[in-house]
Design a protein around this ligand. Structure first.
Ligand code: BES
Ligand code: ZN
Ligand code: ZN
Length: 509
């Protein structure tokens, strides 16, 4: 989809539809659009007069220009009361618009950009939010629909609707042109990367084993400033990463450790992202029951978010060094699989009694976090679909966040709030340490029976592998994959928390 900003007279506008955002409380609404109204022989004021609900949030009114113009249709899109406007409403509008435009097989869209009635939010933020909502609302995972693969005989040679072609911003206020131009590129980068993350997470596990995942990652970063280094099994063994090796033992697929490096000249800081990359989590010897195993292709969601965050930082040329560390494994059951009760040794030398092979994420992260400490970073942020308990604690619209530095925590929560990728802090009280003490080893990988404080226990365990570093753990077990779609989130992978991480990184320089 092409994104553009251009000053343009309505009479010269060549588009399938002109979208006009309207507020409920705009006096003499049509006055704002004199040009459009005049050209359309007052069709605009007539529509407004005949539809008193125009301007109500989420309401669309579309009419045809009856070929008076190159422009084919006008769509009035309601945003509610002007002083109640926020960015999430604009994202939702963008998502709804994308769906509406697709359903009507339109291709080229013009958007009469917000005028003087824009309150509370800046034109830059509003334009970004619209692009994000529109592009993410346009997302659908259809890679394996035969009609898209071009393999269906009946579809060959047929003219097919190929989706939205372009979105053109037409500023109402002349000075807005530059402002909009300056920000939509970044919004486009982030949205594209969220879509890449969604694609990775939606990919079935047979299409994204650790070895296939590595191939995808290399493809994603070809012609990029990001360096991709792969530690193969031998190197992982050499690093004494006993946790990664043992979790991977049940699969014929060898483990991989991916290290992404974006290192701009004169970088101000180094940060490390660590992402859980279990391409399929069957639970291992503690095999998951059917109702819990079904969506476990999502268990590499943390590592995919790392791909999205590092790629965004590089494409937006952030002046910080960003490292991404992703242990990739399959957690399967077999004759060679790790057994319940096994004792294994992590890269930092700590011994772990594996009380449950299904708590594998914290094991592979233990080694990856220890590896992260070697970069002497300003901070480490790990992202993992670590516990099902995260959805019990905070529900499916909020990520569980834990850490050891209140400033870092505050900044991440605030970034999430702004992007509407919410996160909330859970405590890491010292008292919980008792629960992960093993009788026969230094640690055990789960807490009290019954899953008591399951998400917190995950965080407590990881804390043993971060050395003296500032660290935050984002448990996206409840938010990486959704059954509750909204205007700009389709069913399945959400791409959370890439937008939050990008917003947070912007605050680091
Ligand atoms: N990958 C799962 C957690 C998960 C569940 C993510 C549902 C997304 C949706 C993780 O490896 C796991 O199985 N965790 C266990 C931990 C327990 C055995 C201590 C869990 O949450 O039950
Ligand atoms: Zn598991
Ligand atoms: Zn898992």
């Amino acid at each position: 989809m092409k994104l553009m900003v251009k000053e343009c007279l309505i009479k010269n506008l060549n588009a399938d539809v002109l979208v006009i955002p309207v507020f409920k409380d705009m006096e003499n609404k049509e006055k704002m659009f004199v040009e459009v109204n005049n050209i359309l022989n007052k069709l605009l004021s007539q529509t407004i007069y005949e539809n008193p609900d125009i301007g109500e949030e989420g309401k669309f009114h579309m009419f045809y220009t009856n070929s008076r113009l190159k422009l084919k249709r006008v769509l009035l899109a309601g945003l509610g009361e002007s002083d109640e406007l926020d960015l999430e409403k604009i994202r939702n509008l963008g998502g709804k618009l994308a769906a509406h435009i697709k359903n009507n097989s339109m291709k080229d869209v013009a958007f009469l950009s917000f005028g003087y009635d824009l309150k509370n939010v800046t034109i830059e933020a509003a334009s970004k939010a619209l692009v994000v909502g529109f592009k993410l609302g346009d997302y659908k995972y259809e890679e394996f629909k035969t009609e898209n693969m071009g393999t269906k005989e009946a579809d060959k040679g047929k003219k097919k609707y190929k989706g939205i072609n372009s979105l053109l911003f037409v500023p109402q206020v002349k000075s807005d042109l530059k402002l909009i131009e300056n920000v939509i590129k970044d919004a486009e980068i982030v949205s594209n990367n969220v879509c890449i993350v969604r694609d990775l997470v939606n990919k079935p596990a047979n299409m994204l084993s650790p070895s296939l995942y590595v191939k995808e990652i290399k493809k994603i970063f070809t012609k990029s400033k990001v360096k991709v280094k792969i530690l193969e099994e031998a190197a992982i063994k050499k690093e004494k990463m006993g946790c990664i090796i043992n979790v991977a033992k049940g699969s014929v697929e060898k483990p991989k450790l991916v290290v992404l490096t974006y290192s701009p000249p004169k970088a101000k800081k180094t940060i490390v992202f660590v992402g859980k990359g279990v391409t399929f989590d069957a639970g291992g010897t503690n095999l998951k029951p059917s109702q819990y195993i079904s969506n476990m292709k999502q268990d590499m969601g943390g590592s995919a978010a790392v791909v999205g965050a590092v790629k965004s930082a590089a494409e937006m040329k952030f002046p910080i060094k960003v490292i991404g560390i992703m242990p990739l494994v399959e957690n399967l059951i077999s004759g060679t699989a790790m057994k319940t009760g096994d004792v294994i040794t992590a890269a930092n030398g700590k011994t772990i009694e594996v009380e449950n092979t299904d708590a594998e994420g914290r094991l592979i992260l233990a080694d990856a976090l220890h590896y992260a400490t070697k970069f002497k970073p300003y901070c480490i942020v790990d992202i993992a679909t670590l516990t099902g308990a995260a959805s019990v604690a905070l529900g499916s619209r909020c990520t569980s966040l834990m850490g050891n530095d209140q400033d870092l925590i505050k900044n991440l929560i605030e970034a999430g709030e702004k992007m509407h990728e919410k996160a909330w802090q859970l405590p890491l009280f010292k008292e919980y340490d008792e629960d992960i003490k093993s009788d026969i080893a230094d640690l055990k990988n789960m807490g009290n029976p019954g899953g008591e404080a399951g998400t917190i226990i995950g965080g407590m365990f990881l804390q043993n592998f971060i050395g003296e570093n500032k660290w935050v753990h984002l448990d996206i077990g409840a938010t990486a994959f959704t059954a509750k779609p909204n205007a700009y989130k389709s069913k399945g992978a959400t791409g959370v928390p890439v937008r939050m991480l990008v917003k947070w990184m912007r605050g680091l320089f």
